[in-house]
Design a protein around this ligand. Structure first.
Ligand code: PMP
Length: 426
């Protein structure tokens, strides 16, 4: 496969953009690759600057659940564009998007729109701290909640540790208010609450983890966290930036039957544009300014072009009800990969939920960060390179999820499995 143009574009980009990319994983450092530069995309396909075509399972890290350049979304955006692009003054469609989210998600009465998942988390955390008048946030090792300071914290050893910054530039003083727990370990959470319960403002969690690869919650884990939070008057925040509207026309909270106090959303609700959201009960959400005292704002929050893309996406998902099809496609692909790699005796585990899955190169069950970290990342790099060379774009890191869109058909899945069949790692 020729990547001549992408190579040239990357060299140029490196002169003017740190690392040549505007978000680090795009540099493909984890898989030793040469970034492809995209020219355009349609349905399940990416087309790069050299004219190569790829079946895309990264889908812009999750938003493009209806496939790329989905016509009703493009039409909605064009219609809005014709009226102007930003006013900094309310528009009716902001209420329509907020109402659509609030109606679909049982724990949400009101929604504040922002411009990214990171901002949604920032807002939820400030709202939880301001509402409870407590400082400590509990997060789970391996969950990612955006690049905001108090969430960029990694663990030391031990069950519950005080966090230490996982990036230079995050002050220790910030990190010390973030406590870490292992995912799926309810006993560790109970221990921590025994000691710190009355100081904990909120527990934040990806209800299905996606950022250490796909890891579903163990039975009773989220329910246990709900009980701990309720007993201690701490808030439970579900970060549904990945899971929101992915498995059902709601948050995954509806499927898992656990109600958080606050929910963060992003990705799908923006239909490929920068939109994030935080939602919850009216009594809590009204603590935000202007009615409340907890400050939050944004020049481009609720931007009409972005909101119209999100609204068109949610309207299509509501009308088309594609969730069974997405789950069926996910199962066919994941089962197919599993069968091929088993026949080749390549150690692996696949965790899947609907149209989202991760192929871990580790034959033990992967239920937390330690399990994910034990994977053979060199094998994953070989897999990524083999798949890319065969026109299949999978996530460029072992610790990410594959996503299916409504435009991935049996034909695309068969083409993908064909590429997996010829994978012969040395
Ligand atoms: N939370 C989760 C669960 C995410 O997956 C992400 C992004 N991958 C974020 C928050 C941050 O969102 P954004 O990149 O839009 O700031």
């Amino acid at each position: 496969m020729k990547l001549t143009t992408s190579k040239r574009l990357f060299r140029n980009a490196q002169k003017y953009i740190p690392g040549g990319v505007n978000s680090p994983v795009r540099a493909l450092n984890a898989v030793g690759g040469q970034p492809i530069f995209i020219d355009k995309a349609k349905g399940p396909y990416l087309y790069d600057a050299d004219g190569n075509r790829f079946i895309d399972y990264c889908l812009s890290w999750g938003p493009m659940i209806l496939g790329h350049a989905y016509k009703p979304v493009l039409d909605a955006v064009r219609k809005t564009l014709g009226k102007g692009t930003s006013f900094g003054i309310p528009t009716e469609i902001e209420t329509q998007l907020a109402k659509t989210i609030a109606t679909a998600v049982p724990s949400i009465d009101k929604v504040r729109l922002v411009s990214s998942g990171t901002e949604a988390v920032m807002t939820a955390v400030r709202l939880a701290r301001g509402t409870t008048d407590r400082d400590i946030i509990v997060k789970f090792i391996g969950c990612y909640h955006g690049h905001v300071d108090h969430m960029l914290v990694s663990a030391g050893s031990g069950l519950a540790t005080f966090g230490s910054p996982s990036s230079p530039g995050v002050p220790d003083d910030f990190a010390k208010n973030t406590l870490l727990l292992p995912y799926n370990d309810l006993d560790a959470a109970k221990e921590l609450f025994k000691k710190q319960g009355k100081n904990i403002a909120a527990v934040i969690i990806e209800p299905i983890a996606g950022n250490m690869g796909t890891i579903p919650p163990a039975e009773g884990f989220l329910e246990g966290l709900r009980t701990l939070c309720s007993k201690n008057k701490s808030m439970l925040i579900f970060d549904e930036v990945i899971t929101g509207f992915r498995f059902t026309f709601s948050g995954v909270q509806k499927m898992l039957k656990v109600q958080p106090d606050l929910t963060c959303m992003g990705k799908i609700i923006g239909g490929g544009f920068p939109v994030g959201a935080v939602g919850g009960p009216a009594a809590v959400m009204d603590n935000l300014s202007p009615d409340g005292t907890i400050y939050q704002a944004g020049t481009l929050s609720g931007n009409p072009v972005c909101v119209s893309a999100g609204l068109a996406t949610l309207q299509a998902l509501k009308a088309e009800k594609p969730y069974k099809k997405l789950g069926d496609s996910g199962r066919k692909l994941a089962d197919g990969i599993d069968e091929i790699l088993t026949a080749k005796s390549i150690p692996h585990t696949i965790n899947r939920m609907g149209g989202m899955f991760t192929l871990f190169f580790n034959d033990e069950p992967v239920t937390d960060y330690d399990g994910a970290a034990a994977c053979d990342t060199k094998m994953y790099a070989k897999y990524f390179q083999h798949m890319t060379a065969n026109g299949i774009y999978v996530p460029p890191s072992q610790f990410e999820a594959n996503f299916l869109s409504t435009t991935h058909t049996d034909r695309h899945i068969e083409q993908t499995l064909k590429a997996v069949r010829s994978f012969e790692p040395k």
